[in-house]
Design a protein around this ligand. Structure first.
Ligand code: RAM
Length: 353
């Protein structure tokens, strides 16, 4: 079931798709076999296909993580015969996505798939879109649930937080000063993980002290500069957790040529393609992520199922996401992709995203 997503190597799939794929070998294959008409054939009346036009609005453009999601969404739309396009702001600020939502609404797109820079700042614009008949799927970073029909979550937030804390604890011998280099200060996803990481550190790692949390705004240069500033203000720093693919790559680049290389541990959430050189040169031991391409692929199928009326986003609703298989909507309209994967020297070459 893995061959259809571009850029993916077989070994990369195993862990991530496990949850979704468990019992559905047959139906997943069935969906793939029937080709383009599985997602939304029942929506529009008659035999006419009504596959959705979907506007994808990432936090910002130019982030390889969202480019991978875009690739997955494009692949999915190709399978169900829909239309997927990516538009978005250059900066990941709280209301920078509003004008793109408004334009999509005016263009009467069937569905918006969006990773929110802020839980409420885009709420009114999304509500207007829904009032005009556009389905709204948040993915990766949610809004308050009242503003969307579904949230396609990359993995369970507790698991994402615990994975990062476990790695830093292991890498610094469970003791010493650590700091967090996050994305934008209002980002719903990062803030949820940071809260959970703080709790985990407090409850389970009494000898680790979180001395600072700084924000690189998912901008490469800002993240790079914030890393330098962290090392300067905390000379005893033993580790950095960066729960953002932009932040961890910029921090790794800084560390790799500094005296802190090998002295200050770095972990968090990164893409294997951006982090490979820093694992190989010894700057980074391990980090984690899910497959952002699969996240885009699943989001596109969810958007199509909503737009066609196949599901409404109620708990218990079921739909098939092409090669990934069957999914059920959980409480609060959340669909979960699967578990994160930890990458290190032993497996990083098995992945290509
Ligand atoms: C960045 C973005 C995204 C987050 C990943 C881990 O690309 O902040 O929202 O999920 O990192």
């Amino acid at each position: 079931m893995s061959q259809h997503l571009p850029g993916r190597r077989r070994a990369g799939l195993a862990t991530i798709a496990v949850t979704a794929a468990l019992s559905l070998g047959l139906s997943a294959c069935g969906a793939a076999d029937t080709g383009g008409d599985s997602g939304s054939g029942g929506g529009g009346g008659g035999d006419e296909s009504s596959a959705a036009s979907i506007t994808f609005i990432p936090k910002n453009l130019g982030n390889p993580y969202f480019d991978a999601s875009d690739t997955g969404g494009t692949a999915a739309s190709g399978e169900f015969g829909g239309d997927w396009s990516q538009v978005g702001p250059t900066e990941a600020t709280p209301d920078s996505q509003v004008s793109f939502i408004n334009t999509a609404t005016q263009q009467r797109t069937d569905a918006i798939v969006i990773s929110a820079n802020d839980p409420t700042a885009i709420g009114d614009a999304l509500q207007e879109a829904r009032d005009a008949g556009t389905s709204v799927v948040t993915m990766d970073s949610d809004t308050d649930p009242e503003y969307r029909d579904l949230f396609v979550s990359q993995a369970d937030a507790e698991g994402i937080a615990a994975t990062q804390v476990d790695q830093i604890a292991e890498q610094i011998g469970d003791s010493g000063e650590v700091a967090i280099l996050s994305a934008a200060a209002n980002a719903t996803n990062q803030n949820a993980w940071i809260d959970l990481m703080e709790q985990d550190l407090e409850e389970n790692h009494p000898d680790i002290e979180l001395v600072d949390t700084v924000y690189g705004n998912d901008d490469d240069q800002t993240s790079f500069d914030q890393t330098a500033a962290l090392l300067q203000s905390h000379p005893d720093l033993k580790g950095i957790i960066s729960p953002t693919t932009v932040g961890i790559a910029a921090a790794a680049r800084y560390l790799s040529t500094s005296d802190a290389k090998g002295q200050v541990a770095l972990t968090g959430l990164g893409t294997p393609n951006q982090m490979r050189e820093y694992v190989k040169d010894g700057t980074v031991t391990s980090f984690a992520l899910w497959n952002p391409e699969e996240l885009g692929y699943l989001s596109a199928f969810a958007a199509d199922a909503l737009a066609s009326g196949e599901i409404t986003g109620e708990e218990g609703d079921e739909f098939t996401a092409g090669d990934l298989g069957d999914y059920t909507v959980g409480a609060d309209g959340v669909v979960v992709l699967g578990d994160p994967t930890v990458f290190d020297e032993s497996n990083i070459d098995d992945f290509d995203f």
